[in-house]
Design a protein around this ligand. Structure first.
Ligand code: HEM
Length: 323
């Protein structure tokens, strides 16, 4: 009898003539349990060792476990290993971003991120443990965050989060680097953990909370006009371009917030939105930043499965070249 983990033939992703296959978890909505592991190389391990190990995490990509795995890398590290494998402009979150009034978004870049998501926490837990065992001694976990969905599609402010997200029909064009470009099939990920200042937020009336977000709380209708310092005003996609958000809640009753998980084919819109939220783009600071504080901030490049496979153990053609 075949065991759950029995392997048959090694298959390479992608086929000649087809565009590169993205990591499926980027678009796999509807999962309630999430784990984000940001890892760094251990002393003595090379970047290539880490990428080999991460690319070799095939078990977490079985279709039977019901878990999605998305992996991303420090942009500069990925570029060194695969020149031409990432859009030219993409850089890490290497310096804190500071607004005119001193409000600061910290830079906490790590070498790689593993995002596992599934229906329930037990399978995500098991697959994450297995992934860490497989990484062995080349990497250690620097930050770990367990995420969960709150009231279907709301964040812990109580507002619907994702109303203006592209649909799954539009999302690939928004989130994925187009075919025949450097890093095709890949995506730029901004991962930022925001602690909510819950008591301060809860002291506001619903009308005041709506002015902060720029939408109504019950049914997420945009305010007309939206206050210029509202969150929806500061991140307006008609101004900055579209992104694809997969935010979830994290934390406990007394210490919780939002894991901002934003994907884009280009880094520019993500970066511009952060600057706008800080008041660095000619407008006021985002009112939401008075009720939530960013604890982490990192950019990762999430390569296509085809690019990742070039580094999988025993696969031919790894290291270097464009793809
Ligand atoms: C504490 C952190 C955050 C929370 C709780 C939060 C919550 C929300 C909510 C409730 C909305 C309105 C509904 C919707 O359209 O989705 C929204 C909109 C949006 N947010 Fe956030 N957000 C956070 C951080 C960020 C960050 C860091 C960015 C960008 C880097 C961002 C980008 C956007 C965008 C692009 C929209 C849609 C704007 C539009 O075109 O109308 N958000 N967010």
């Amino acid at each position: 009898m075949k065991g759950r983990r029995t392997r048959t033939k090694r298959s390479r992703s992608g086929s000649p003539g087809l565009p590169p296959t993205p990591q499926a978890g980027i678009l796999a909505v509807g999962t309630g349990a999430h784990v984000y592991l940001e890892v760094d190389r251990t002393a003595g391990a090379r970047a290539l060792d880490l990428v080999h190990a991460v690319a070799g995490l095939r078990e977490a990509r079985t279709t039977t476990a019901g878990v999605n795995l998305v992996v991303g890398f420090r942009p500069g590290m990925w570029r060194r290993l695969l020149p031409g494998g990432i859009p030219r402009e993409v850089v890490g979150f290497d310096r804190a971003l500071r607004g005119p009034d001193g409000y600061t978004m910290p830079a906490t870049q790590h070498d790689a991120v593993l995002w596992l998501s599934g229906m329930s926490q037990d399978v995500v837990f098991d697959e994450a443990r297995a992934a860490l065992r497989a990484l062995g001694s080349v990497a250690s976990v620097s930050t770990e965050t367990v995420g969960w969905t709150y009231r279907r599609d709301r964040d812990l402010t109580g507002f619907v989060d994702g109303t203006e997200n592209p649909t799954l029909v539009e999302a690939p064009a928004v989130a994925l680097v187009p075919a025949r470009q450097a890093g095709a099939g890949g995506s730029v990920l901004l991962l930022q953990k925001w602690r909510h200042l819950a008591a301060r937020w809860e002291s506001l009336s619903v009308a005041a909370q709506e002015r902060v977000i720029g939408r109504t709380k019950a049914d997420s209708v945009e305010l007309e006009p939206k206050p210029s310092d509202s969150h929806a005003g500061r991140t307006d996609q008609d101004v900055f371009g579209k992104i694809f958000r997969r935010n979830v809640a994290y934390g406990t009753v007394t210490d919780h917030g939002t894991i901002f998980v934003g994907f884009c084919a280009s880094q520019r819109p993500l970066r511009a939105m952060l600057e706008s939220m800080l008041g660095l783009r000619g407008g006021p600071r985002d009112a939401l930043t008075r009720f939530a504080r960013p604890l982490t901030g990192a950019f990762y490049f999430v390569p296509s499965l085809d690019a990742l496979q070039r580094f999988a153990p025993q696969s031919e053609g790894a290291e270097g070249g464009s793809g």
